[in-house]
Write a protein that binds this ligand. Structure first.
Ligand code: PDD
Length: 286
């Protein structure tokens, strides 16, 4: 049984209980982060801590836990649960007031709820998806307008995954005004020659921590990076396509709406970026 963290306590997972009035439960009023663990160490903890702070600020929530304490909790959970490969999930909600109310509760009397738990995924770096690539469908992006805030409102992304599954695919790319925004839980890229194309940062997409690292590595490896919109049609005609996230790292996309990309296997650019990303991440993990 896992040991999890809830509001300052380490507990067996079946003893960690949150109120039915918690605003995370009633209103999806909360934010989250997923930090990957490789070789028992945290990948890009700093990046996740900075984005967490930003998400909280955008929602008018005061961070209830210092970065140092947060790091200590992450490390303690990884150690208590013997996680070698996998991740740490963190969620902070606006807490549990005495009743349901649209008005935010007073933070002085209603403290935030802080939850962390680990997910062990041995062999995740050698997954079938990473070897074979994934197939995606495109669907309309029907999420809210502040996708730069990492909120726990994941119903539409979850529905998107189900639509992909029903179509015999692995994931969905979201399309707004004819342009790809991102994947349900990852950032989306295409490759033309030596050029990597991905949507520029704005409120329309999550500012991926993996994205930032991968674009930096790409530039260091003399690859060209173009941050601009692209359509599904352009992606279908690209040399390669891939996604990035803390859980999938860099992963090739080999089919989009039934059209094969390249030769139907992960392309050289995405394979090379995955290798660099994993190598560099392991070196810098803490
Ligand atoms: N998802 N875009 C969306 C909509 C996401 O949900 C995620 C991450 C990303 C990639 O961000 P990062 O590189 O920081 O993981 C992009 C996490 C992994 C999840 O929901 O499980």
């Amino acid at each position: 049984m896992r040991t999890v963290y809830l509001n300052g306590e380490y507990l067996p997972e079946n003893e960690a209980k949150v109120s039915i009035f918690d605003r995370g439960f009633l209103m999806a009023d909360g934010v989250y982060e997923v930090t990957s663990v490789l070789d028992g160490k945290l990948v890009d903890f700093d990046g996740h801590a900075v984005r967490l702070e930003r998400s909280l600020t955008e929602l008018g929530m005061k961070n209830p836990i210092s970065k140092e304490d947060l790091l200590a909790v992450h490390r303690e959970l990884v150690s208590l649960n013997d996680v070698v490969e996998g991740g740490v999930y963190l969620q902070i909600t606006r807490g549990a007031p005495a009743d349901r109310d649209f008005v935010f509760p007073d933070p002085e009397t209603t403290p935030c709820t802080v939850v962390l738990f680990t997910q062990s995924k041995p062999g995740v770096t050698e997954s079938a998806a990473s070897k074979n690539g994934i197939k995606v469908i495109s669907i309309a992006d029907e999420r809210w307008g502040r996708r730069d805030i990492k909120t726990v409102q994941l119903l539409y992304p979850s529905m998107g995954k189900m639509m992909a599954k029903a179509a015999g695919c692995d994931d969905a790319w979201l399309v707004e005004d004819g342009q790809v925004t991102e994947g349900t839980s990852n950032n989306a890229y295409i490759v033309k020659g030596n050029r990597i194309i991905t949507r520029a940062l704005s409120n329309d997409i999550l500012h991926g921590i993996t994205r930032a690292a991968v674009l930096r590595f790409a530039k260091e490896a003399q690859m060209e990076v173009e941050e601009r919109n692209f359509t599904i049609e352009e992606a279908q005609g690209a040399d390669e396509a891939f996604i990035t996230s803390a859980t999938m790292f860099v992963n090739g996309v080999v089919e989009i709406d039934g059209a094969m990309i390249g030769d139907g296997t992960p392309g050289n650019v995405s394979k090379r970026l995955r290798e660099i990303y994993l190598d560099e991440s392991m070196k810098k993990a803490i």
